[in-house]
Design a protein around this ligand. Structure first.
Ligand code: NAD
Ligand code: ZN
Length: 386
């Protein structure tokens, strides 16, 4: 039987040199009067915010800055911002930041109503309609949140992060301006880069994988595996950084067409309960989960090897190729000095039961994993990182 699939994507993407100028053109063409600009303090402190701000000023629009957002926000923190946004009566959103900022702005774009808020969308995400058009400008490479119909919020009472999926949140415009990621601190570039890697390898090995997601996932893997080290280690490596920015976008497209699997599923409680950054928790689980999946994903891993190893590789069999890829991914996490143990975050071994219980709740993603994950499997995977 043929698989059914669909892929929905942003209306337009502007990339390359001085892509930010397109913001001015879009606002002028749409005769926008009032812009709500979403960002956070980290972006403002890095000086990055002035670029989109100048572009909005050049269009002659009034603008309001909404920047009271912590990283990896809870749904109540996002709701506060949404309320401020509603009061601004803006007719366009421009969001400049990492996944946290973009997700908050995406939720605001479908929440100009007093009938329901972010909390209600946790249970019934499909009810909201697009209210305000949105321009997304990612500053990490990255979550791919600039592409996806997903917004992820922490839900403290469940000790989880929860994904709200609604295709009305797909961006109208995306600006991939490489200047935005030029000076990302190495720690953030490393974790967010491995998040993009996880998106591509999970979507490629997902039960929901299909020809469209494979196209973007494989190209994303080629770009990330061969550029992430250079992009993180060399601040002048603009070619490598630019490739990471494009790969993160492809990772987002792969998520939209396919879906992530057990790495992201088991990582949600680590973000929700212990506030471990999303990229870091995925990096911790990447090698254990992919090792667990290897028996059923061997041919797929071998296909990734064939596509991404450009020098004369020595591997002949699927088994060898698969082992090579697993070691390659594990080495990237190690070389980039991303934490690989929950000990560094003070998580006690007694929390294991709670972690297993919370992780097993993320059925939305666990069903995508090609190898079934039982509670006992989840336990042994968490044991590897605790
Ligand atoms: N919607 C989706 O499809 C999707 C996919 C994956 C992850 N996410 C979510 O995205 C969030 C994580 O986003 P993230 O990893 O991009 O990090 P983030 O947005 O949480 O940012 C982390 C920190 O980095 C700073 N920062 C970001 N870009 C910077 C830059 N260029 N220079 C200096 N500092 C910079 C921010 O100010 C912040 O302090 C999580 O909530 C995660 O669950 C969403
Ligand atoms: Zn992710």
């Amino acid at each position: 039987m043929l698989k059914t699939y669909n892929i929905k994507m942003p209306h337009a993407v502007y990339g390359g040199e001085n892509a930010m100028e397109s913001v001015t053109t879009i606002l002028k063409n749409r005769k926008v009067n009032r812009v709500a600009m979403f960002t956070d303090k980290g972006i403002e402190e890095s000086g990055l915010f002035s670029l989109p701000e100048e572009a909005v000023k050049a269009a002659g629009a009034h603008y309001y800055v909404l920047d009271e957002l912590p990283p990896e926000p809870t749904y109540t923190a996002v709701q506060k911002l949404v309320d401020q946004f509603k009061a601004s009566k803006a007719d366009m959103i421009v969001a400049c930041g990492g996944g946290s900022v973009m997700d908050a702005a995406k939720l605001a774009s479908i929440l100009v109503t007093d009938e329901y808020g972010v909390k209600e969308l946790l249970d019934d995400p499909g009810r909201a309609q697009k209210c305000v058009p949105i321009i997304l400008i990612p500053t990490t490479a990255g979550t791919g949140a600039e592409v996806t119909p997903n917004a992820i919020v922490a839900v403290p009472e469940k000790e989880l992060k929860v994904g709200i999926v609604n295709e009305n949140m797909i961006a109208d415009y995306v600006i991939l301006d490489a200047r935005m990621i030029k000076n990302v601190p190495r720690k953030i570039a490393a974790a967010t880069g491995v998040d993009a890697l996880a998106h591509c390898i999970e979507c490629f090995t997902s039960n929901k994988a299909n020809p469209f997601s494979d196209l973007y996932a494989l190209e994303g893997l080629d770009l990330i595996l061969n550029n992430i080290m250079e992009a993180c280690n060399n601040s002048e490596a603009m070619e490598a950084k630019n490739r990471m920015q494009i790969a993160a976008y492809y990772g987002g497209l792969a998520i939209t067409a396919s879906g992530t699997t057990a790495v992201h599923a088991l990582s949600y409680p680590l973000g929700g309960k212990y506030h471990i950054p999303h990229g870091v928790s995925n990096a911790m689980l990447l090698a254990p989960v992919m090792g667990f999946n290897e028996p059923v994903c061997r041919e797929k891993f071998a296909a990734v090897y064939d596509r991404c190893v450009h020098t004369q590789g020595n591997c002949q069999t699927a088994e060898e190729k698969s082992a090579y890829l697993l070691a390659w991914m594990e080495n990237i996490v190690k070389e980039l000095e991303i934490p690989t143990s929950l000990k560094e975050f003070g998580v006690p071994a007694e929390d294991l039961d709670g972690l297993v219980e919370a992780g097993m709740q993320v059925t939305r993603l666990l069903v995508n994993n090609m190898r079934e994950v039982t509670p006992a499997d989840a336990r042994s995977l968490y044991e590897k990182i605790i």
